[in-house]
Structure formats: structure tokens, C-alpha cells
Design a binder for this molecule. Structure first.
Ligand SMILES: CC(C)(COP(=O)(O)OP(=O)(O)OC[C@H]1O[C@@H](n2cnc3c(N)ncnc32)[C@H](O)[C@@H]1OP(=O)(O)O)[C@@H](O)C(=O)NCCC(=O)NCCS
Length: 147
């Protein structure tokens, strides 16, 4: 897939928020993403196909630790390897900022996401009970401490 990955800019906030609303039960707003482009801790990237933003991912990097905030691919482009390219690009971006470990929370029912993260060496180290407010689902806490 001929995707291009680059840093998210303030001009992307609208397109990213539109994707976010398609992908998540409790979506962030355009303003939330705009703010992330001003957040010194945040590293956000977008993936483009034919000049259209079809994927995005972001993490907060503090010292050597990256905490993933978002990973998403437009529904019609899923299952074709784009998420793998996207997450790989995010890992490269946080490593450039000095991260040597990466962590995130994910719904145990989200099989594509769990498989994606496992393919990058993350593994589950525990659960946060009732973490997701929309349905009370637990979160798996995943880590890779050797980026
Ligand atoms: C998670 C997500 C980013 C994956 O994107 P994608 O483009 O489908 O990812 P890929 O095609 O690279 O596939 C990644 C892995 O998921 C698996 N997968 C993809 N679709 C799947 C499906 N419907 N059922 C089961 N596994 C699936 C692939 O086999 C692959 O696993 P592998 O590396 O072991 O082969 C995408 O499903 C998404 O945007 N979901 C909604 C947002 C979300 O839940 N984000 C994660 C929040 S923590």
C-alpha cells in the first residue's frame, strides 16, 4: 500500500477528528487534536493515500517512555496492512524522541488491535478494571520495554 506518513499539523485536525468519530465510541474533537499539535509531549502522525488522510496515530513521550493515545485506520482501508505500517511509523517517530519503551491500553475484545500490538513486541502485563466508560469493559495494559 502506497501510504505516506508525516507529522500531523494543525491543518489536519479537522480530517483527523472526522476519522476519530468513525473509529471511537468516545471521540476527541477537532480542538483536542489541534491542541495536540501544540503539545510538546505529543508525537502525532497521519497516513495519507492519494493526498487524503486515512489513518493517524499519536503518543505522549515523557523521558524514555511513550504512551500511545491513538491508533486508527479509516474503516474501508483496514485489514490490508495499513495499521501495521502506521504503528511502525509511530514507533520510529517516538524512538527519534528518545523513547525506549512503549505502553498503551486496549480493549481485550479488539482483536485486530491486540494482534497489531503483539506483532510489535507488546505484551499484556495486567488489566484496568472497568476502564472504558461507554460499556465498562476492562483495558489490557500492554508494554514493550525494549524498542
Ligand atoms: C486496529 C487498527 C488500527 C488495525 O488497522 P489495520 O489496517 O486493519 O491493521 P493491519 O491490516 O495492519 O492488521 C493488523 C493485525 O490485525 C489483524 N487483523 C486485521 N483485521 C482483523 C480482523 N477483522 N479480525 C482479526 N484480525 C484482524 C491482522 O491480521 C494483523 O495481525 P498480524 O500482524 O498478526 O497479521 C484498525 O482496526 C482500527 O483503526 N480500528 C479502530 C480503532 C481502534 O480500535 N484502534 C485501536 C485502539 S487501542
Amino acid at each position: 500500500m502506497n501510504a505516506i506518513f508525516r507529522a500531523m499539523t494543525a491543518d489536519d485536525a479537522e480530517a483527523v477528528a472526522t476519522l476519530e468519530a468513525q473509529c471511537f465510541a468516545m471521540p476527541w474533537s477537532r480542538e483536542d487534536f489541534w491542541r495536540e499539535t501544540r503539545n510538546e509531549l505529543a508525537t502525532y502522525i497521519v497516513g495519507e493515500l492519494d493526498g487524503q488522510v486515512v489513518a493517524y496515530a499519536g503518543a505522549w513521550v515523557s523521558f524514555e517512555q511513550a504512551e500511545v493515545m491513538h491508533v486508527a485506520v479509516e474503516p474501508k482501508f483496514r485489514g490490508q496492512g495499513l495499521g501495521t505500517l502506521l504503528f511502525g511509523a509511530l514507533i520510529e517517530a517516538v524512538k527519534l524522541r528518545g523513547a525506549t519503551a512503549i505502553t498503551l491500553e486496549v480493549r481485550p475484545s479488539n482483536t485486530p488491535a491486540v494482534k497489531l500490538y503483539e506483532s510489535f513486541g507488546l505484551h499484556s502485563v495486567g488489566r484496568r478494571r472497568g476502564y472504558y466508560l461507554d460499556n465498562g469493559e476492562d483495558a489490557l495494559i500492554m508494554w514493550n520495554t525494549k524498542l
